[in-house]
Design a protein around this ligand. Structure first.
Ligand SMILES: [Zn+2]
Length: 266
């Protein structure tokens, strides 16, 4: 048995949580990859060793899930190890909301538009940039704010059940500056039907954060932004009941609570 495998203690996560995986540095170890949810991605190097982040989707089945690690050495040797992750279910409350009817009973034109945008967004989340753009901990996009712990809530819009809430709604008046949670590349910055004015940031290793319902977008797609950079101003565009910031996070397309990115000590 490989010595490294002994270091992998069982991890427990709840549905909708980001999980940081680490592997200690070892002489001759050239690369490490992890397979999770049928996707393979590399671990990145830092001063302590190797790390990556995987996401337990909000809808992940409770029970044991395996993250398969592959270690490749400079002499060509490879070894495998399995990181067991026990997923626990979490009960989320139901929120009932009233929005403009056009966001619940979609016109043919808007159905076409949302289908197109779903594809476009899916293509963004599908891409795994093979390095980490960030080197510092993730931050809440509105400094000093409390609350916004409504990730995962079941949603009923105008009496019709819809997908659970995939982000955290932070109270903000229109015009409040919204800061990038961490360093990354802006991959989408445009108006979307449900999300309104939206900014999507790729942080690398399949980690994305999104900032929705903005009154104003202040970044261009393709640009790198530093942690804390102002990417837009809060607003009430798209399917909303009033001004706020919807802050979301995805990891390899898994819907995770963005606060779970903050909760690690990096
Ligand atoms: Zn929201």
């Amino acid at each position: 048995m490989n010595a490294l495998a002994l270091l992998l203690t069982a991890l427990t996560a709840v549905q909708g949580q980001a999980v940081r995986l680490t592997v200690p540095a070892e002489p001759g170890l050239q690369s490490v990859t992890v397979e999770w949810s049928d996707r393979v991605k590399p671990l990145a190097r830092d001063e302590d060793g190797w790390f990556t982040v995987i996401g337990v989707d909000l809808g992940a089945k409770p029970g044991q899930h395996a993250a398969d690690l592959l270690y490749t050495y400079t002499d060509g040797r490879t070894t495998r190890a399995t990181q067991q992750i026990t997923v626990k279910s979490k009960e989320y409350p139901t929120t009932r909301l009233t929005v403009e009817p056009k966001y619940v009973e979609l016109s043919a034109e808007n159905q076409e538009r949302t289908a197109r945008e779903r594809k476009e967004i899916g293509a963004v989340y599908w891409k795994i940039t093979p390095q980490a753009y960030w080197t510092e901990p993730f931050e809440v996009p509105i400094p000093g704010i409390t609350g916004g712990r409504n990730f995962g809530h079941r949603r009923v819009f105008n009496d019709q059940p819809r997908a659970p809430h995939s982000g955290a709604d932070l109270t903000a008046t229109t015009g409040t500056e919204i800061h990038a949670s961490n360093r990354g590349r802006v991959v989408l910055a445009k108006n979307l039907f449900f999300s309104g004015n939206a900014v999507f940031i790729d942080h690398g290793l399949g980690v994305y954060t999104v900032y929705l319902h903005l009154s104003k977008i202040l970044v261009e797609p393709g640009t790198m932004v530093e942690r804390g950079a102002v990417v837009g101003l809060a607003g009430a565009t798209g399917r909303v009941t009033g001004p706020h910031l919807h802050w979301g996070a995805r990891i390899q397309n898994a819907r995770v609570d963005p606060f779970s990115l903050i909760d690690w000590s990096l």
